[in-house]
Design a protein around this ligand. Structure first.
Ligand SMILES: [Zn+2]
Length: 453
């Protein structure tokens, strides 16, 4: 009760006649402490910030699309208008406001919650200017003329091939300014030197002159994979809805946090058809230009920061596209790690370390491809070596496709060999040796506590 009384008393002070300055036109503003709020003060910048935040939450947290956002804006303003009138009426009845005050210009200002945010253009402008949201860049790959229609008077249109790229350095600049950056990058590796649980314990780190010079440098990791949109609609567009998506994370981040979506950033996306036609190199060139700057050192958050790329992960197709390796997996040397022949691979020959690819041999093979005199000769060599073109990131001083495309456990094990292995074990136990019955296995699987339902 005491609190309520206190609140009423405070309200009385705030809205008492003596404290409400009257404007020349006879209208008053709602004033909390004798200061007028109507001149772009609290109601200007702060209102815009709150309203912008509200719209962002609607869009990015609640999944409201642009069309529905217009309805949200309209309905919210109707609600605010109602609440405003209600408050004015109640305070007037209680004698806190003079008759007629709190109307017209004040009402307009208070109730126009989304002024400056009504259209998509204004919303984007606000995001860009106020919250410094990084804008993706539209980068042209190629363009060609297309004739539209069937008649002789058909129009000629330009078909542009673009990809969208979010600059690495801008992402990193925002990241290092984050108050949690120091905390999440304090990695806790096992003190046992024999346990290889950190990239920094491996030879690629120890022998890299860049990391010898800058042991605390940022270690960039990319992930590339195709995402098929409209898949559930059984798109008949022949996979044209596929987008190749490029993501970035940092190896400096503790693995505890690295799986969190907040520590994985979209770096770019491109139509998969364009990648097939032009290679992923066109996209990676842009990444390379940024990382080259980072290798030289850039000032981020008032501190000189160094960093380089340590790897690109993805499924075999994605990794081969990124590394310039052939993607059909039918080349004479189809593997990106070794040069085992396809015929030996199929009969399960044992890998010898002498077959492992090396940067020197890769570079030499690319050199041979580039010096081929005819297209046919180039294709023959390409099929022989399993390489289409040089990896665009090889231009970096401290990255090479031979060492920078590690196997990906999720694709290679969980979706690959492990699945096959489990099938063989089940067949052996149930069919070959009758160790357990199929019914027992099914009931055991049903009773298994998977930790979710
Ligand atoms: Zn291999």
């Amino acid at each position: 009760m005491e609190d309520e009384e206190e609140n009423i008393r405070v309200s009385e002070v705030q809205f008492s006649d003596e404290n409400v300055p009257l404007e020349e036109n006879g209208e008053s503003s709602f004033c909390a402490d004798g200061k007028c709020v109507s001149e772009n003060g609290r109601s200007g910048g702060e209102r815009l910030e709150k309203a912008g935040r509200f719209l962002m939450t609607m869009q990015y947290v609640c999944g409201v699309n642009q069309n529905k956002l217009d309805t949200v804006i309209k309905e919210t303003e109707i609600l605010v208008d109602f609440v405003y009138n209600d408050i004015v009426e109640k305070f007037s009845n209680l004698g806190f406001l003079k008759p007629g005050c709190g109307t017209n210009s004040v009402k307009q200002e208070v109730c126009a919650v989304f002024d400056g945010l009504r259209s998509k253009w204004y919303q984007d402008k606000y995001l860009k200017e106020s919250l410094q949201v990084i804008q993706p860049r539209c980068v042209s790959i190629d363009a060609k003329f297309l004739k539209k229609g069937e008649s002789q008077k058909r129009k000629v249109a330009i078909m542009e091939k673009n990809f969208f790229y979010i600059p690495v350095l801008e992402v990193l600049e925002k990241l290092v300014k984050h108050p949690d950056f120091e905390v999440i990058t304090q990695r806790k590796c096992s003190p046992d030197a024999d346990v290889l649980d950190c990239y920094t314990k491996g030879n690629l780190f120890k022998n890299n002159p860049f990391f010898v010079l800058h042991p605390d440098a940022l270690r960039l990791l990319l992930y590339y994979d195709d995402a098929e949109f409209c898949k559930d609609l059984s798109s008949r567009a022949g996979g044209s809805q596929k987008l190749g998506c490029l993501y970035l994370t940092l190896d400096n981040i503790d693995p505890l946090y690295r799986g969190n979506l907040d520590t994985i950033w979209l770096l770019g996306f491109v139509n998969s058809h364009f990648v097939k036609e032009h290679g992923l190199g066109v996209v990676l060139e842009r990444v390379r230009a940024d990382v080259e700057e980072l290798e030289e050192g850039v000032v981020l958050n008032d501190k000189e920061t160094f960093g380089t790329m340590i790897g690109i992960s993805g499924d075999n197709l994605g990794a081969h596209e990124a590394g310039g390796f052939k993607c059909g997996f039918t080349a004479n040397c189809p593997c990106r790690t070794c040069e085992m022949k396809l015929s030996d691979l199929r009969v399960g020959a044992t890998l010898s370390t002498t077959l492992l690819r090396t940067p020197e041999r890769y570079n030499m093979q690319v050199e041979e491809l580039n010096s081929a005199k005819t297209m046919k000769e180039r294709q023959q060599k390409s099929t022989e070596y399993g390489i289409d073109e040089a990896c665009a990131l090889n231009g970096l001083s401290h990255f090479h496709a031979v060492h920078g495309l590690p196997p990906h456990p999720m694709h290679d094990l969980l979706e690959g060999s492990l699945l096959r292995g489990v099938k063989h074990i089940v067949k052996h136990c149930v069919v070959d040796c009758s160790l357990v019955s199929l019914d027992w296995l099914n009931s055991a699987m049903e009773d298994m506590d998977y930790g979710y339902r």
